[in-house]
Write a protein that binds this ligand. Structure first.
Ligand SMILES: [Zn+2]
Length: 85
């Protein structure tokens, strides 16, 4: 159940403007080959105070394992507060 909640929170994250925190290399959370999502058609804006590299346990990582749980990490909270507080 926690995995479903994590996925729903992740998808809502996209709806409110967040990209994957490992967009520069999906291999970080998904495994497999190095895959850079690139700028896409929306660009990628680094939020001040958050890392420019893949962020361990972020709720916006590309992939999650079955049974995984991803509540907001410290950097996720910084990003949410930056955009919506
Ligand atoms: Zn996603």
């Amino acid at each position: 159940m926690q995995t479903i909640a994590s996925i729903l929170a992740h998808e809502i994250g996209h709806c409110i403007g967040f990209r994957h925190t490992d967009y520069m290399d999906r291999n970080y959370s998904c495994g497999g080959a190095h895959t850079n999502e690139g700028a896409s058609n929306v660009g990628a804006i680094l939020i001040p105070g958050t890392p420019s590299t893949a962020d361990a346990n972020s709720w916006m990582l590309s992939c999650i394992n079955s049974g995984g749980n991803r509540p907001f990490n410290v950097n996720d909270v910084i990003a949410l507060n930056y955009l919506y507080k």
